[in-house]
Design a protein around this ligand. Structure first.
Ligand SMILES: NC(=O)C1=CN([C@@H]2O[C@H](COP(=O)(O)OP(=O)(O)OC[C@H]3O[C@@H](n4cnc5c(N)ncnc54)[C@H](O)[C@@H]3O)[C@@H](O)[C@H]2O)C=CC1
Ligand SMILES: N[C@@H](CC=O)C(=O)O
Length: 359
């Protein structure tokens, strides 16, 4: 270790850090983020508050990340945003950051107010930017101030797609069309599904691996993909509403009104309809892939499609996402971004990357 690093390391952590952080959500993604804080990459961050939906804990000296998730699962102070914000206010760090690793629409609706108060917001939660257009406009207005909005985790779990769209847009390039696979869980499911294992069993595995939404109906209904498509389209300059997106819902009627627990206990209702779709596709020499599309007129669709074995989506592996962007300057051949698009570790890394990018 050189002298400078040795000197830094001997400083109390509270004096070294540039970022004071509050973490909302200690589930799959939040848990992976806590583990990252225990690595050298997380050393500049001081975690002064953390919460799940029921409990929270604050500590101006910085919370110990180890087993915090487990502790909050059973105990802690009652949820109260004001106490979390006070913990940030009391800190001398250069950047005060709220990280939203929940799927709560209620929390997402607070992002503009937090930004307006000067807190940076870094989010995996798509409910605001991918929600109604009014929320999107409120977010854009709040982003005009000094505080930054880190959203890399909301699409492609950190793949450089939103940043690429922003660069192209800033250079005067315009999106003409986008086609791709925007769901990591649905990619994994349909890349795996060959009819030998029930779809319900694969879905249980996808949840255990942390690929699906807290309620997998958000993925299967196409709504999570629709949110991502709205974020992409809006980032590219289309004022798209949810009503303009045609979305295929793969959740059978019988599962739609159940509570989350009942839904999880009745996943087998998915098996017969998807086995029939798979058999029909196979008979035509095609494979099933979950695709999202938008054209230059803002016409947008999300759903399960039969594609030929030669289609780029037919060659995806694991949780791969695929974004094929045609723009005025990438017109003959699309600009293609591909890679894993779900999973707690890469999503947590996208959150950390957005925090560290604050300068
Ligand atoms: N799992 C993945 O691969 C990816 C997930 N995301 C997004 O990350 C978010 C979290 O996903 P998971 O960790 O899989 O979900 P999860 O269900 O495992 O965790 C959600 C956490 O949020 C907490 N929460 C809910 N309401 C809250 C509130 N009002 N205040 C504080 N905490 C609250 C829950 O208690 C839980 O700890 C979702 O918005 C998801 O769309 C984004 C990209 C990829
Ligand atoms: N459930 C989502 C997770 C990331 O947003 C997906 O499957 O892509």
């Amino acid at each position: 270790m050189n002298a400078l690093l040795a000197g830094q390391a001997s400083l109390p952590r509270a004096l070294r850090r540039r970022h004071a952080v509050v973490l909302l959500g200690t589930g799959m993604v939040g848990g992976a983020f806590l583990r990252l804080l225990d690595t050298p990459a997380g050393a500049a961050l001081g975690l002064v508050g953390a919460a799940n939906s029921r409990h929270q804990q604050t500590d101006p000296a910085g919370l110990a990340e180890r087993s915090l998730r487990e502790r909050l699962a059973v105990a802690g102070a009652a949820r109260d945003d004001a106490a979390l914000l006070a913990a940030l206010d009391a800190d001398a760090a250069v950047h005060k950051v709220i990280i939203d690793a929940s799927a709560s629409a209620v929390l997402a609706a607070r992002h503009p107010a937090w930004l307006a108060r000067g807190y940076h917001v870094v989010t995996a939660n798509k409910a605001l930017a991918g929600g109604d257009l009014q929320g999107w406009h409120a977010l854009q207005a709040a982003c005009a101030g000094h505080a930054r909005y880190g959203d890399a985790a909301t699409v492609g779990a950190g793949l450089p797609v939103l940043s690429t769209l922003r660069r192209l847009h800033a250079c005067g390039d315009a999106l003409l069309s986008l086609e791709g696979v925007l769901s990591g869980s649905l990619s994994w499911l349909f890349n795996r599904y060959d009819g030998t294992r029930p779809f319900s069993a694969l879905l249980r595995e996808a949840r255990a691996r942390g690929y699906t939404e807290p309620d997998a109906r958000a993925d299967l209904s196409g709504e999570d993909v629709a949110r991502k498509l709205l974020i992409l389209a809006r980032t590219a300059g289309f004022a798209l509403t949810r009503a303009a997106v045609q979305v295929e819902n793969l959740v059978p009627e019988v599962l739609r009104a159940l509570d989350t627990g009942q839904f999880a206990a009745n996943l087998e209702a998915l098996d017969a309809p998807l086995a029939a779709r798979h058999a029909a596709a196979t008979a035509r020499g095609a494979v099933l892939r979950h695709l999202a599309r938008i054209d230059r007129h803002g016409r947008a669709q999300v759903g399960l499609v039969e594609v030929a074995a030669t289609h780029p989506a037919a060659h995806l592996r694991g949780t791969d996402n695929l974004f094929a962007l045609k723009t005025t300057r990438y017109r003959a051949q699309p600009l293609v971004i591909q890679g894993p698009g779900a999973g707690p570790e890469i999503t947590a890394q996208a959150l950390l990357g957005d925090v560290l990018a604050l300068v």
